[in-house]
Design a protein around this ligand. Structure first.
Ligand SMILES: Nc1ncnc2c1ncn2[C@@H]1O[C@H](COP(=O)(O)OP(=O)(O)O)[C@@H](O)[C@H]1O
Ligand SMILES: [Mg+2]
Length: 240
């Protein structure tokens, strides 16, 4: 069982947004990607994971999203998850912004509500009025914000972001991180985001950061404290 949703109406405020206990996962080839993996996100906010290539970060996000089934352990969350990938071209499917967002809406919504939801999602990510724009005319940063709008339109409350700024220029990178920061800090229903990064400067924006190595996650630290322990690589990156 990947996700163990809470009963409808359960008081979620008292429970952590996400708890991962003793998670284990092996790829069919026999590669053990996660073993005894523990993670607790204590409250809504922006939480970051850093770790070298192959340490199991993407596998963990896919397990939390329910795309993979664990071999052992459990994932507890009352939140609806949504994945945001490094390359938005891998998740934007339909030609215009609005049609792509419509794709993720729950079925059975009346047309007026569908339209309103799409417009609200676009507005939340700073793309108001661009519903009719062909996706191929958007910049990389705008595409990534559209992918985030897609998550918002589905009512996701747990954003799983797998190096979402790795392909972006510095300005777009800032726009995306500020957007997620805002969504995770808003007074009304703040979101929970689990963000994987190799960019050291992004750690300055998080509520907590942890290191992942060989399929396990260390304790939460401040972004600044984690930075101290990391060796920067050329270009300000770490743990590639
Ligand atoms: N589709 C796959 N099939 C087989 N092994 C995989 C697959 N994806 C990842 N792995 C293996 O699982 C381990 C963890 O990979 P991954 O979760 O992608 O790490 P990270 O995101 O931290 O770089 C690695 O050893 C990787 O080779
Ligand atoms: Mg990865």
């Amino acid at each position: 069982m990947t996700l163990q949703p809470l009963a409808p109406g359960a008081a979620t405020s008292a429970l952590p947004p996400l708890a991962v206990q003793g998670l284990a996962f092996s790829w069919p080839g026999g590669k053990q990607a996660l073993q005894g993996c523990e993670l607790q996100i204590p409250r809504p906010g922006l939480w970051m994971l850093v770790g070298s290539n192959g340490s199991g970060k993407s596998t963990l996000l896919r397990l939390i999203a329910g795309l993979l089934q664990p071999c052992g352990g459990a994932i507890h969350t009352g939140l609806k998850p949504a994945l945001v990938f490094q390359n938005p071209d891998h998740q934007l499917l339909l030609p215009s912004c609005a049609s792509d967002l419509q794709l993720g809406l729950p079925p059975g919504l009346p047309a007026a509500q569908r339209l309103a939801r799409v417009e609200m999602a676009l507005e939340q990510v700073g793309l108001a009025g661009l519903g009719g724009r062909p996706i191929h005319t958007l910049s990389g940063g705008q595409k990534q914000r559209l992918a985030i709008a897609g998550a918002l339109a589905t009512d996701a409350q747990l954003l799983l972001l797998d190096e979402p700024t790795a392909l972006l220029d510095p300005t777009s990178q800032q726009e995306v991180i500020q957007l997620i920061r805002r969504l995770c800090s808003r007074e009304q229903a703040p979101l929970t985001a689990l963000w994987i990064t190799h960019r050291l400067e992004e750690l300055d924006h998080c509520d907590g950061a942890a290191r992942m190595a060989a399929g396990r996650i260390g304790p939460w630290q401040s972004g600044a404290a984690l930075r101290v322990g990391l060796t920067p690589l050329p270009g300000g990156r770490a743990e590639r």
